[in-house]
Design a protein around this ligand. Sequence first.
Ligand code: RI2
Length: 306
Amino acid sequence: MDQVLKTAEKISSMQIRGAGRIATAAAASLRDFSLGLRVQSLEEFNSEIKRAADVLVKTRPTAVSLSNAIRMVTKYQAGDLESARQAVIENADRFIENSRKAVERIGQIGSRRIRDGDTVLTHCNSQAALSVISTAHEAGKRVKVIATESRPRFQGITTIGMLDKIGVETELIVDSAVRSVMNEVDLVVVGADVITANGTLVNKIGTAQIALSAREARTSFMVAAETYKFSPKTILGELVTIEEREPEEVLPDISRYKHVKVRNPAFDVTPHQYIDLICTEAGAIPPEMSYLIIRERLGWELEEES
Ligand code: RI2
């Protein structure tokens, strides 16, 4: 269990971050846990796996990628201990490989929306969004990227670092400069933590005001998301929990103040009307088609839940 607790700690402290990465880290952790699990019976194995899954799923309350990954890994029907172990290992490996391929495919599909000479604005640090940009760059298109800092955790610095390595020209802006540059932007590309049944996007705090600004400036707004970022439970009416993180991430010396409260929501909600396109590994869809993605790709979960 030590290894699972360590991974859980890395996910909650955001040493491992990004909706896709936390999902694959949780899958790998369950696989390794299953590999080393010394128990006598299938029942014990099942309950230990459930215990580990519960620890991992609680680490970040918003990202549905985590619960979707854990459900895919722990969904098995086995008659004995060793076949259960084998199933968890195979499920985890399959999830990790599919996730890698999905990000690659999203890059191939989404990059078609980028034209030679375009300026693309991105927010935070998203593997899926960066795959779109880097695939366009690799195809020989000249792309300039404007990246927001993404306070309070400054994931924008990670983004410019990654793009710098592959030779993409970037400009870094503070989050509040988005409207000032929006008229120079051809396309906004962001990732997703959750997409609901009606195509609403939950993503890094600040995304909603970028979408608003893009709409006002008539700039296209695209979301890059693997299908496991879609939330089956939203079909059943469940609301998405928005994670509120420690105030110290925003104001490290908050203890000096007596009457100050710092709010630190990690994500916000962008209505589907502000989104032109969601690019998934199953194709680029209008947000209103999210329901179908959930039914076709994640439908099994609905049967279990209802
Ligand atoms: P990929 C991140 O969350 C950001 O909100 C980003 O847009 C989203 O996950 C998707 O990232 P955080 O972990 O899965 O930084 O595309 O809170 O990498």
